[in-house]
Every structure is written in structure tokens, then in C-alpha cells.
Design a protein around this ligand. Structure first.
Ligand SMILES: Cc1cc2nc3c(=O)[nH]c(=O)nc-3n(C[C@H](O)[C@H](O)[C@H](O)COP(=O)(O)OP(=O)(O)OC[C@H]3O[C@@H](n4cnc5c(N)ncnc54)[C@H](O)[C@@H]3O)c2cc1C
Ligand code: SF4
Length: 453
């Protein structure tokens, strides 16, 4: 992941009771509040590692600590251009918290600003992936065993609890594991698929699915993306030189429109960044802009992007309205290589989300224009990015309308927890991962209590 980290806001936990009704939606309030999760957001900042600084603004979430434990990572000169442009526009440019260490910490090195962040592994350990921040350390305690190259095929159960899980190793051999407590965290789509594929005589529609809620209300991140080009010739030679620097981050967000229509509607977060520095990614992007060309024309087109300009982009993160037309089910015909039905994912975007995305994109475009970018454009589409998935096993107090209870234990099996993004009934107008981490720590406390009887 890229590590753009944002907390949810208190009202994100009670969308239904806070905002206007959206027709044909399944929006519900969460069974927990921001106050329940706040200590865990703070825990993630120090244990997992989040850097930044808490700048006061109208939508800043309440914090139990004054600031981040890790100071912000180094910033590109363009961040100060963005700050000035926002000042002129009376927008509130905010530092983006990053799940990246700005200094060495125990067994992890601070960021080395290679500039290849996102979509790749991080060689220094600065990026706060679960592996760097948690799993490596857990293994060192001697209390954690990782069975790599293992595919969990199904969970078996009796009427009350999971009895064992079956996994396949890389030699294609089947094994069974028994435990007191099972925690499923295979990412939203796969967790739903696994439960649906684990149907048995007690759970004919899939494990923990007598409510028929498994796979329902799948969430992505609504919004979209946009970009503009900084042509070196439009700037002084010194500025043009500064623009070419690779490594330090832009780290700027806007949350001025987190709410719209005087607080009646939910809005979005905008994050700003440079186009990915990787040469292959840049060339691919260059090729995909404008008409399809090949041969020498293509070569010139790619060269133009590398030599004449630098592309600056934005990403909009808006709530994905949960509704009946977005869900995971099993395919009737196609199976994976272990003979298990693959997931069939129905992606239906709610028209409301497209409207919000278009409204927010106008503000983001204005910032790029004010900074001196040319060819500014945005693309708000019903097709979501695949990297942000949540929902499918929502938590809630009503066992007929949700899969998990408020501690993310399934209502129907008393030793099965789900701790990936599946629990979220609504996703907030931010990327999800800080919330997934925070909630996992909260559920871990509940599991400890459970184990202590
Ligand atoms: C390129 C990219 C950039 C991103 N950038 C950001 C960002 O800037 N900010 C942000 O908040 N989020 C970002 N994300 C999203 C973030 O990575 C996810 O939200 C997060 O990882 C989801 O956590 P999870 O626990 O739900 O699932 P995962 O982290 O995907 O964990 C699921 C694990 O289960 C394993 N698994 C799945 N099925 C099985 C099975 N059957 N048997 C055994 N193991 C299984 C998988 O291998 C995986 O290790 C990004 C993602 C990508 C891909
Ligand atoms: S820039 Fe490099 S060192 Fe820093 S977090 Fe990204 S990948 Fe890791």
C-alpha cells in the first residue's frame, strides 16, 4: 500500500442518523462510536507507525494525544506551492498522515526516499505494512508461526463453533488446523467467499450466513482521480529543476468538503501526489493518454512525458453508498485450481456517489490550475479502484441484519472472528486501512477477554 492514512470522523460512525436519507441505500449506524476506536487509532500511530503533524481544521477528529509520535516525512518543494495556491483560494491544505516511518525505530529503518513508494515492497522497513510492523515482531516472540504458501480452502463447523480449518500447502497437500479461536482476515471479497464456500449441514447458505448477510453491502472507495501537467517551460529554470526532484513526498490533503450542503450530505477527502516515479508506470500512463498511437509517434509521446513535463495527480475518496446491487456471491461454474467456486463480484455504483465525486473534483482541479498546471482533467466513474475493499460481513447489534457482533465475532459461531475490512457497514470518505488496523487491535482486546473466560 501507499500508506495514505486518515482516521474516520466521529460522524462517519453514524451516517444514518447524521445525514440526509439516500434512496435505495442500506446505510446504518455503526454499533461502536469514534470514542471506542480513538485509543486504537492512537495505538496504531505508535505501534504500526504513522507520521505527520496534527494541523487544526474544522474536520480534525478529536485526538487523545496532541500530535503524531513520528514527525512528518520530508516534503517535496511542490507541497509549498500547493500550500500557497490553497491560501490564495482560501482552502485549508492539510498534511497527509503517512504510514511511513520518518526515523529509524528498533528493527525498522526510516524512509530512504527512493521514490518508488506504493505498489512495491519497501526495502527499508519504513512502510508500515502488517508484515514489517507486526508479523516480523510477532514471529520473534516465538509465539507466532506463519505457514507461508498456504491456501485456506474451507472452515468446518458444528452448529455452534468452528471445529477446524483445511488448508492446502504448496505441494498441494491438505492439512487441518484446530484452535480455540479462529480469526478470518483474508480481505473483504475473499473472506465472504471463504464463508460462502464453507457451507455445511448446519449452515446451508454458508458459514455464519443463516441471516443471508454474508457478501452483502460490499464497499469500495467512491470518488475518482484527476491530473494536470507541470510543463518545465512554464517555470523558472530553478523551479523547473526543483520540479524534477524525485523522493520527498507531496503529502497534502484537502478535507474542506468532508461535508456538503451545510452538513446535510457527506463529501470526500482529496489527496495530492505525483504520478508514480517508476519508469514503466510512467510510460504506461503516457501511452494511455489521448489517442492510441504506435511506432515512432508512440516513442515521441512517451519521450514528451519524460522530458517536457511532470504529471501531478489527485485522488478523491468518497463514501461508497452500500446498496443491494453490490455484493459477493459464488460462481456456479468457474472454480479455482483447488476446485472451489470463485467469487462473483457484482459492482454497482450508487448514482449519489458519482454526483459527490464530480462536485469534489471541481475543487481539486481548481488547486492544480492555481498551481500552474495545464491540461487539468478528472475522471469520476462508477468503476472503483480494486485496492480498497471492505464490507460483506458487516458488524451490528441485530443478528438478522449483520454477520458480526460489535466485537467482530460472528453472531452464529461463538469462536469465529473476522478482522479485515469486511466488518465495515460504511467506509467513510477516506481510505480504510488505518481503521482496519485500529479495529483489529480493538478486537484483539476482546479476544483476550474471551480467552480469559
Ligand atoms: C497498490 C495499493 C495501494 C494502497 N494504498 C493505500 C493507502 O494509501 N491507504 C490505505 O488506507 N490503503 C491503501 N491500500 C489498501 C490496503 O492495502 C488495504 O485496505 C488493506 O491491506 C486491507 O487489509 P485487509 O486486512 O482487509 O486485507 P489484506 O491486507 O489484503 O490481508 C489479507 C491477507 O489474507 C491472505 N489470504 C487471502 N485469501 C486467503 C486464503 N484463502 N488462505 C490464506 N490466506 C489468504 C492474503 O494473502 C493477505 O495476506 C492500498 C492497496 C494497494 C494494493
Ligand atoms: S520511499 Fe522507499 S523507503 Fe520510503 S517508504 Fe517508500 S519504499 Fe520505503
Amino acid at each position: 500500500m501507499s500508506g495514505y492514512f486518515h482516521r474516520l470522523k466521529p460522524k462517519d460512525f453514524k451516517l444514518k442518523s447524521s445525514y440526509e436519507e439516500i434512496k435505495n441505500s442500506n446505510i446504518v449506524d455503526w454499533p461502536i462510536s469514534y470514542e471506542d476506536l480513538e485509543p486504537y487509532y492512537t495505538k496504531v500511530e505508535s505501534i504500526v507507525g504513522v507520521s505527520g503533524y496534527a494541523k487544526k481544521h474544522p474536520f480534525l477528529e478529536p485526538r487523545s494525544t496532541p500530535d503524531f509520535p513520528y514527525s512528518a516525512t520530508d516534503e517535496h518543494v511542490v507541497s509549498s506551492w500547493l500550500d500557497k495556491a490553497c491560501e490564495r483560494l482560501s482552502f485549508n491544505a492539510l498534511p497527509t498522515p503517512r504510514a511511513i516511518l520518518s526515523r529509524d525505530e528498533k528493527d525498522r529503518r526510516g524512509c530512504e526516499y527512493a521514490g518508488y513508494c506504493g505498489s512495491y515492497g519497501c526495502a527499508s522497513g519504513a512502510k508500515s505494512s502488517a508484515r514489517e510492523a507486526l508479523i516480523n515482531r510477532a514471529i520473534k516472540t516465538g509465539n507466532c508461526t506463519v505457514l507461508a504458501d498456504s491456501f485456506v480452502k474451507r472452515l468446518n463447523s458444528n452448529a455452534e463453533e468452528v471445529t477446524d480449518i483445511e488448508y492446502i500447502d504448496k505441494e498441494n497437500k491438505s492439512h487441518f488446523v484446530q484452535a480455540k479461536i479462529y480469526v478470518l482476515a483474508a480481505q473483504a471479497i475473499e473472506s465472504s467467499r471463504l464463508l460462502l464456500n464453507s457451507k455445511n449441514e448446519f449452515f446451508k447458505n454458508g458459514l455464519a450466513n443463516n441471516s443471508n448477510q454474508v457478501g452483502k453491502n460490499l464497499l469500495f472507495s467512491a470518488g475518482g482521480v484527476g491530473e494536470g501537467a507541470f510543463y518545465y517551460e512554464d517555470f523558472s529554470p530553478e523551479e523547473a529543476q526543483e520540479l524534477t526532484v524525485i523522493g520527498p513526498f507531496v503529502n497534502r490533503s484537502l478535507q474542506d468538503w468532508y461535508e456538503l450542503d451545510e452538513g446535510k450530505k457527506k463529501g470526500a477527502t482529496i489527496d495530492f501526489l505525483f504520478e508514480h516515479n517508476n519508469a514503466v508506470a510512467r510510460a504506461t500512463q503516457a501511452m494511455s493518454r489521448g489517442d492510441l498511437v504506435w511506432g515512432d509517434t508512440l516513442r515521441k509521446k512517451v519521450l514528451h512525458d519524460f522530458k517536457k513535463r511532470r504529471i501531478f495527480t489527485f485522488e478523491i475518496f468518497a463514501d461508497w453508498t452500500p446498496h443491494n446491487n453490490c455484493f459477493v456471491s459464488l460462481d456456479d461454474e468457474v472454480k479455482d485450481k483447488w476446485g472451489m467456486p470463485v467469487a462473483k463480484v457484482r459492482i454497482g455504483a450508487h448514482p449519489y456517489d458519482i454526483e459527490v465525486g464530480n462536485e469534489i473534483a471541481k475543487h481539486a482541479e481548481k488547486v492544480l490550475e492555481e498551481m500552474g498546471a495545464r491540461e487539468v482533467s478528472s475522471s469520476i466513474s462508477p468503476y472503483p479502484p480494486q485496492n480498497l475493499q471492505a464490507g460483506g460481513c458487516s458488524f451490528g447489534d441485530n443478528a438478522k441484519e449483520s454477520v458480526l457482533d460489535k466485537n467482530c465475532k460472528t453472531h452464529e459461531l461463538n469462536n469465529l472472528y473476522v478482522t479485515d475490512g469486511s466488518f465495515m457497514p460504511t467506509g467513510g470518505s477516506v481510505p480504510f486501512t488505518w481503521t482496519i488496523y485500529a479495529n483489529s487491535f480493538r478486537v484483539a482486546d476482546a479476544i483476550i477477554k474471551d480467552l480469559q473466560g
